[in-house]
Write a protein that binds this ligand. Structure first.
Ligand code: NDP
Ligand code: 8X3
Length: 252
């Protein structure tokens, strides 16, 4: 039987690149995100290209009822998840705390933190029952290295870092691996989402240096997921060569 990966946020960027890579490696996939049409198109493409089985579940990770309903109603054999990639996440705004938007804060905390928790609790219980599993959480350099105006986004990614450590301890006795991956700047839809559709501002984030691509991060996730059973990579920071810290980028 093929291995199974559940990827949250598979409609764009890092999640979508992981979907391609894991399908190429023969994994059956559960793909999630809010944009149903993107999920359907991706599922069809991967199924045709790699002949793997794909289940799609369109839901908002912030909505606990939706998360539980959509995952609970997956076909039973899809619940034999080998790898959960907790990737769905976003940033909204880049403002000093005193000017911050309550709505932006709620969106980031509810998505990056609470959404990850809702998915993780359910899938961790499947993994415990199946006596196997690997949870890979997308943190960020922003969680290791707070930057000016990053306040709440950085806090959510620091929390992902802390949660990954806690999950590793809690799941140790069940033989379930937990890894946190912390990329620096990756050129995806991330900045366009952060700046609410302002493409020009988003483009400037990546000017004058070569950022990571979604594929770079997906290949690293694949490396982590494909280690032998007795090896776990706990924590991995992955940066563009031109980026030294959260904010120190050498631009031409
Ligand atoms: P993208 O914006 O390209 O992709 C984000 C994905 O998350 C989309 O598939 C989106 O799907 C999904 N998503 C967002 N909100 C929700 C929600 N409420 N419910 C369900 N799915 C949601 O960004 P990236 O690929 O760059 O980001 C992926 C992860 O990597 C995030 O956790 C991000 O914080 C992290 N990261 C990104 C870095 C970067 O520089 N790009 C660097 C370090 C970490 P949909 O809109 O269809 O719901
Ligand atoms: C995304 C990377 O540095 O823009 O987590 O916050 S950064």
């Amino acid at each position: 039987m093929a291995k199974i990966a559940l990827i949250t946020g598979a409609t764009a960027g890092i999640g979508e690149a992981c979907a391609h890579l894991f399908a190429r490696e023969g994994y059956d996939l559960i793909l999630t995100g809010r944009r149903q049409e993107r999920l359907d198109a991706l599922a069809q493409q991967l199924n045709t290209t790699y002949n793997v089985r794909i289940a799609v579940a369109a839901f908002d990770v912030r909505n606990r009822e939706q998360v539980l309903h959509h995952l609970d109603t997956l076909p039973g054999d899809f619940k034999q998840v080998d790898v959960l990639i907790n990737n769905a996440g976003l940033s909204q705004g880049l403002d000093p705390l005193q000017n911050g938007s309550y709505d932006d804060w709620d969106t980031m905390i509810d998505t990056n933190l609470k959404g990850l928790l809702y998915v993780s609790k359910l899938v961790a219980n499947w993994m415990i029952g199946n006596k196997k599993g690997h949870i890979i959480n997308l943190g960020s350099i922003a969680g290791k290295d707070t930057y000016t105006n990053g306040n709440v986004y950085c806090a959510t990614k620091s929390a992902v870092d802390a949660l990954s450590k806690g999950m590793r301890m809690d799941l140790l006795q069940h033989g379930i691996k937990v890894t946190a991956i912390h990329p620096g700047a990756v050129e995806t839809e991330f900045s366009e989402v952060r700046f609410k559709g302002d493409k020009e501002r988003a483009k400037k984030v990546y000017e004058g240096f070569t950022p990571l691509s979604a594929q770079d991060v997906a290949e690293t996730i694949w490396y982590v997921a494909s280690r032998p059973a007795h090896v776990n990579i706990n924590d991995l920071v992955l940066m563009p060569t031109a980026q030294a810290t959260g904010t120190m980028i050498h631009r031409a």
